[in-house]
Design a protein around this ligand. Structure first.
Ligand code: HEC
Ligand code: HEC
Ligand code: HEC
Ligand code: HEC
Ligand code: HEC
Length: 485
């Protein structure tokens, strides 16, 4: 009985695995993928970076194959058994499986099965853990769908949040958003594979998680306070480009006043003491028609700009949060003027080239069908201009000109404009302030009025005071020379 029993158990397993093609396929698939996964772990341990696709293969594709193989093995066994039964074949296969741990052969058999299961579970566990971190990583979000996410990833790398993972703002903590993001992630992978997505990606991102759950994990509105100077520098269009026009504003960033506990200033909108909600006539949220403020006592005031197009009946009230002003905390695109001025002020473009600001501005804001065309076109526009207009300079300043053309394409055009994705200059303007688009003036226009006649104010000293030269000196002193804008 012992011998027969041993034979039948092993045979059952062996038959299941080896006598059906499905079983063999399962064993080979699982073993191969396990081997490859372990090899990938090992290469990762010794620090080999095989690029973003390695993660996709190691943590998503191979584990899927591994599990697929594992599932095939019992299916194979089952089919063989069913087939034997159908043919009315040997009783061996039909016999119910009896587990008798008092028998050494059974103990050995189940020992082997347990050991293999433990190894499999360990591999699966390690892989899911790594896979979870991988799909949450910036490399996954930012570089996998390379061409699609390139603009956001490039802009992100130049931002103050370059070391904050994409998921910190786009997903945040908690299981429901995790599941939601994975589902929408699958949809996005499909959209990218089939090329079926909008160019440019539309903003505002309609289902972005409320900032309370994301930004406020790191930034604490209670902690904002006081004023903050900010310096803007521009190169004058005429005259010596080195003559920067300097504007310094003292921003009333505000927040909670320690003495009174009252909120004031710019961060008043996001205090716990009042609720600011609004409805817009358009889905870009630029034409804000109605603004409702509810104070701590529960009193509501409705401000309306009557000459705006009506709000669609089903438009929900949106609670104002960080992103209504900081819509570009991480994906920071420059305006063409700011981009050009900065490179001139940084000294990367030779300020001694006559009229260089306008020449570079024109070359970089012309419309090109592709990046290759832009690279060529910008170079020709800049070199061509000086060859024509300043032939005496052309030979002498040749190196400066070539450098200027490189900077114009590489640093000014390329990080901001992506013709293939429909992103041009100012596709994604920042709402902070009122220089790039209407920004604060979407509401602060002295035209949104409450029934009492009170209006949302546009007084120039509500949000900042513009520092005079003396005030600049005393507020910023020598530092002014070193402040970047
Ligand atoms: C500091 C927070 C933050 C981080 C970090 C961040 N994002 Fe964003 N992202 C935002 C906000 C806020 C918006 C919404 C902009 C809007 O609605 O106008 C956005 C918008 C986007 C958009 C829509 C297009 C656009 O430019 O508005 C994409 C795509 C995107 N993010 C991808 C990424 C990727 C990929 C990463 C990581 C490489 C990342 N984000 C990191 C805050 C962040
Ligand atoms: C994981 C933490 C984290 C999250 C989440 C986060 N930030 Fe930040 N943020 C930082 C850090 C750290 C800095 C300071 C970076 C520096 O000074 O270089 C910063 C800086 C800033 C600044 C100042 C930038 C400047 O130019 O001085 C703003 C504004 C800001 N964050 C807004 C936001 C908004 C809006 C969100 C949500 C969409 C957000 N942050 C989400 C960590 C975070
Ligand atoms: C009404 C518009 C508005 C809202 C809403 C808003 N901010 Fe700001 N925030 C500003 C402006 C304007 C500044 C100053 C601009 C600058 O420094 O460039 C600023 C400055 C900041 C800074 C830099 C502060 C400093 O003192 O250096 C951080 C960080 C910041 N905001 C985070 C947030 C977070 C987080 C939220 C949401 C809880 C938020 N903001 C909501 C307009 C807003
Ligand atoms: C969705 C509409 C809306 C937007 C956008 C908006 N605000 Fe306001 N803001 C209001 C309302 C409503 C009030 C209260 C009425 C008032 O004080 O005029 C207010 C009040 C203020 C106050 C006075 C707070 C106090 O009592 O001390 C400041 C400062 C301010 N906003 C700055 C800004 C800045 C800066 C921006 C742009 C970065 C901005 N706001 C964008 C609606 C808005
Ligand atoms: C509702 C708030 C608010 C009001 C009202 C306001 N500003 Fe501003 N302004 C800002 C903010 C915020 C910035 C800083 C933007 C940034 O950080 O990039 C700014 C920046 C500026 C700058 C320097 C940047 C630039 O665009 O050159 C000037 C100049 C300026 N404001 C002038 C004015 C004048 C003049 C008025 C009165 C008509 C005014 N502002 C009213 C919020 C306001």
């Amino acid at each position: 009985m012992t011998a027969q029993n041993r034979a039948s158990l092993w045979r059952l397993l062996a038959r299941g695995m080896w006598s059906s093609r499905l079983g063999v396929f399962g064993v080979v698939t699982t073993t191969l993928s396990a081997g490859l996964i372990l090899a990938a772990f090992a290469t990762e341990l010794i620090g080999v970076d095989a690029g973003p696709y390695q993660g996709l293969v190691t943590y998503l594709l191979l584990p899927a194959l591994f599990v697929f193989g594992l599932v095939l093995i019992p299916i194979g066994s089952y089919l063989v058994r069913a087939e034997s039964l159908r043919r009315g074949e040997s009783a061996d296969a039909i016999k119910p499986i009896i587990v008798d741990l008092s028998q050494p052969s059974h103990r050995r058999f189940w020992g082997v099965v347990m050991l293999l299961s433990v190894i499999n579970i360990a591999i699966l566990f390690a892989v899911s853990y790594k896979g979870y971190h991988y799909t949450e990583s910036t490399a996954f979000c930012g570089t996998l769908c390379h061409s699609v996410m390139e603009p956001e990833y490039t802009a992100y790398q130049r931002s103050p949040h370059a070391r904050v993972a994409c998921v910190e703002c786009h997903i945040g903590p908690g299981a429901p958003w995790f599941v939601k993001s994975k589902l929408s992630g699958l949809r996005q992978v499909w959209a990218v594979t089939t090329g079926d997505f909008s160019r440019p990606i539309p903003t505002p991102v309609a289902d972005l998680r409320p900032a309370r759950d994301t930004c406020e994990q790191c930034h604490w509105p209670e902690a904002f306070h006081g004023n903050r100077p900010k310096v803007f520098r521009e190169v004058a269009a005429e005259g010596d480009p080195k003559d920067a026009l300097v504007t310094a504003v003292m921003l009333h960033v505000g927040g909670r006043e320690a003495a009174t506990g009252r909120y004031s200033g710019i961060h008043w909108h996001v205090s716990q003491q009042n609720l600011v909600e609004y409805r817009a006539s358009d889905d870009k949220r630029l034409q804000i028609r109605e603004v409702r403020v509810t104070d701590a006592a529960g009193k509501s005031t409705l401000f309306v700009k009557a000459d705006m197009p009506p709000v669609p009946a089903d438009a929900p009230w949106r609670t104002m949060d960080c992103v209504d002003c900081h819509n570009r905390p991480s994906h920071v695109y420059e305006s063409p003027e700011a981009a050009v001025d900065r490179r001139i002020l940084d000294g990367r473009i030779d300020a001694a080239l006559p009229g260089v600001r306008d020449v570079v501005l024109q070359a970089t804001t012309a419309v090109y069908a592709s990046r290759d065309e832009a690279k060529q076109g910008i170079r020709e526009a800049i070199l061509g201009h000086y060859r024509r207009v300043h032939p005496e300079l052309f030979a002498e300043k040749r190196l400066s000109l070539i450098a200027a053309a490189d900077v114009a394409y590489q640093d000014i055009y390329a990080p901001n404009v992506y013709p293939a994705l429909g992103i041009g200059w100012n596709t994604y303007p920042s709402h902070l302030g009122h220089a790039n688009d209407k920004g604060c003036f979407r509401c602060h226009d002295d035209e949104h009025a409450a029934p009492s006649g009170e209006k949302i104010r546009q007084d120039c000293d509500l949000c900042h005071n513009i520092l005079t030269e003396d005030e600049r000196e005393s507020a910023l002193g020598d530092d002014l020379k070193n402040v970047l804008f």
